[in-house]
Design a protein around this ligand. Sequence first.
Ligand SMILES: [Zn+2]
Length: 227
Amino acid sequence: MALSELQDCPCPACAAVVPAKYFASIGSEASEAILTDALQRITCAACGEVFRTEPALTYSDTQAGLWISARPADMLSDWQRQETEALSAFKESHGDAAPKAAQEIGAALRPRLTFGWPALREKLMITEHGLNDTAVEMTKLAILRNRPGNPVAQGVELRLLDARGPLLDFGWITSRGAEPMDFFQVQRRLYQSILTDPAWQKSSAHLPEQGFVDLQRLWISPAVGGS
Ligand SMILES: [Zn+2]
């Protein structure tokens, strides 16, 4: 069941205060709206600007076995603390202290943490196409190593955008706004070879089995300061 609330949000174009719907908890009924970049998209009544508020929600799809704590893009640099929080929230809902039915549901869920809409959308895309998210991350590592001209920069991220037949569509897009920078395709057999290659499985040991399953954890340093 979706839980949402209205909050006042300043329009980024004209600063008018716009009532914006924020989802706190959603399920598979929202997956289409996430895949089409429609969820939490708002039109300013004063100036017509269309904008999107950042996600701060829990996505849970028991059918697909997916649980995601989706947090705003600008929290990425604080991913270590966010990961601890997200996994303890998952444990609270589905761990030893939770009701038995909730524990049983939790046993079939893969807990994940994402920052910004593109990363959340990607996890849903991966699930929809029956792919393995760790192997997708390792495919990105192969792309980073072997493809020339990757526009690596802060605030830009490499995401799987679609999977069609023998091809996987990847793109470098901005973390906020999902603006496209560079689109390209990769043969699905690259992903397949990584999925079944023991050497790649060994290097995937740098990625955890749950939580922030994203290559960004290998190079985004935790925020300075904090507690
Ligand atoms: Zn406006």
